[in-house]
Ligand binder design. Structure first.
Ligand code: NDP
Length: 478
């Protein structure tokens, strides 16, 4: 007679004891079925990753121009600005003149290249390696990203603030016994570090491009699969490259760029402190505003999971270079300028700049928050009074509140803040204003890209929305 098993229920044990195993077997089979791994999903990768048929950024020529000219611009600003003057373009033209008149020989060029300090590459690499280590090692909250085309969702560890905190502590500790030597070395070798960041960005983007062809098929970015090498390399081919759970694009989005930017700002402030014996009020304003922006982005880290960078763009040169090189090297231009040319602001100037920053931040944060809250829970009391359009795509578009004033009112807030970061540099040089001029162009272009994306996604509903909300960024103007 079969022996009653312990894991069976009382009723089943009684039935087995009486020689009837049918009920117990039924439950056993049901349990085995439940615990069995899901059958492998058959994915038609050709259909999942269709060939991209349209180009952005001026197609392959525009992409090639970005790959060549953006790093050149970083180097121009790095080498063309120092305590003797912020004249990148004048120095560039002088260099061209020297080449034309035969003064710049091959030997001179070799000397220039030899003057670069490979130590800066090691330093830069160690900084990034430190961020990677803390991102992997620090605890964080796991958050699911938006649903991907293949129906899955990826999980992301939210711990950028912990990474910032630990990196800052380690950097401060590493200064013990060395005075300010490290931040002063960084300030003095800014141009060397800029070269290192360009080299590193190319290394990462080339590796990403090659790896997107290797191994098992994976999701590609819908816009980065044209088959044109230069274009796909620039725009990014693979959507979510990962090593195990480590998401390379998500890591690069906020950490090297924003934390690196804040760190460079700190080094520039130290340089001013050491050379001037005090920190000017203009430096304090820029430091506080930019630190505030970075901390705000890190604090709201999970909200980048719904941005275009994560949901739509592949991980290619555009994002790798943008975050590994462009953001830290170009966004720290104002503090760099102030470390070389200190400015003292009057109380009235300070009040105007602070008002601009606060106004910009208010628009930027409340518009982004309003959309975020509405998308998560339209019944939330903060947004339930707002009007909206119910779209065929299944999502709702707000037509009142911030999103009823202009279709990208959040960009206006962001841009006003960028002006507030440049004004403390005074009016002796236009160069520190590069940031707000470039940022205006970026936001206008980004708005056009987003508009195109939404037009495709929402069709007639987007037209209805555009008819209701006429302005793109600035209510009543544009
Ligand atoms: P946005 O936050 O502007 O969101 C755009 C998306 O929101 C659209 O694609 C659409 O997505 C949805 N949407 C559009 N209109 C409505 C509406 N009326 N109601 C509800 N949802 C709507 O995206 P970005 O990623 O461009 O910007 C995020 C923030 O990052 C901005 O504040 C921007 O200024 C900032 N930024 C900063 C940069 C920097 O270098 N400092 C660079 C780029 C951005 P869906 O498909 O879900 O409907």
């Amino acid at each position: 007679m079969p022996q009653p098993k312990k894991h069976l229920s009382r009723r089943e044990r009684k039935a087995v004891a009486e020689g009837d195993t049918s009920l117990a077997n039924f439950h056993k089979e049901k349990k085995e079925k439940k615990n069995a791994p899901p059958p492998p999903r058959i994915i038609d990768w050709a259909a999942m990753n269709p060939k991209t048929s349209h180009y952005e950024f001026g197609g392959p020529i525009g992409a090639a121009a970005m790959v060549i000219f953006l790093p050149a611009l970083v180097l121009l600003f790095a080498f063309g600005c120092d305590q003797t003057g912020y004249m990148p373009f004048e120095r560039f033209y002088a260099g061209l003149g020297a080449v034309a008149s035969g003064q710049l020989s091959f030997g001179n060029l070799v000397e220039y290249v030899k003057a670069w300090k490979p130590m800066s590459l090691l330093w830069y690499f160690c900084f990034i390696a430190q961020l990677v280590t803390f991102t992997i090692a620090m605890p964080g909250t796991n958050v699911e990203g938006t649903q991907l085309r293949d129906g899955t969702r990826l999980s992301y560890r939210i711990n950028a603030l912990q990474t910032l905190q630990t990196t800052t502590t380690m950097l401060i500790m590493s200064n013990r016994g060395h005075g300010w030597s490290m931040p002063l070395w960084v300030q003095a070798n800014f141009a060397q570090l800029a070269v290192a960041s360009v080299i590193f960005s190319f290394f990462i983007s080339i590796t990403m491009y090659i790896c997107s062809f290797l191994g098992a098929p994976r999701l590609l970015a819908l816009g980065g699969n044209t088959g044109n090498m230069i274009y796909d390399f620039m725009i990014g081919r693979e959507l979510n490259p990962r090593i195990g759970d480590f998401d390379l694009k998500f890591f690069t989005e906020l950490r090297p760029g924003l934390i690196g930017w804040l760190f460079l700002d700190g080094c520039m402030a130290v340089k001013q402190w050491v050379s001037l014996g005090r920190i000017t009020n203009s430096m304090v304003l820029v430091l506080v505003f930019q630190a505030w922006y970075v901390l705000d982005a890190l604090w709201n880290e999970s909200s980048i999971l719904t941005t275009m960078d994560i949901t739509t763009d592949g991980f290619g040169f555009m994002l790798a270079f943008g975050n590994l090189c462009w953001v830290p090297m170009m966004y720290s231009l104002q503090t760099r300028y102030l470390s070389d040319f200190p400015v003292d602001l009057t109380y009235i100037q300070m009040a105007v700049i602070i008002a601009l920053q606060l106004g910009g931040y208010y628009i930027f944060r409340s518009a982004n928050k309003q959309k975020d809250v509405f998308r998560k829970n339209p019944e939330d009391e903060r947004v339930r009074h707002l009007s909206y359009i119910e779209t065929q795509a299944g999502t709702r578009l707000l037509t009142s509140g911030w999103w009823g004033k202009a279709r990208h009112i959040n960009y206006l807030g962001d841009w006003l803040m960028s002006v507030a970061w440049c004004l403390p540099c005074g009016f002796k040089s236009i160069i520190p204003y590069f940031y707000c001029i470039y940022f205006a162009i970026l936001l206008i272009h980004r708005e056009r890209r987003d508009d195109e994306k939404c037009r495709k996604k929402y069709g007639e509903d987007w037209e209805t929305y555009c008819n209701k909300v006429k302005y793109r960024i600035i209510p009543g103007v544009y």
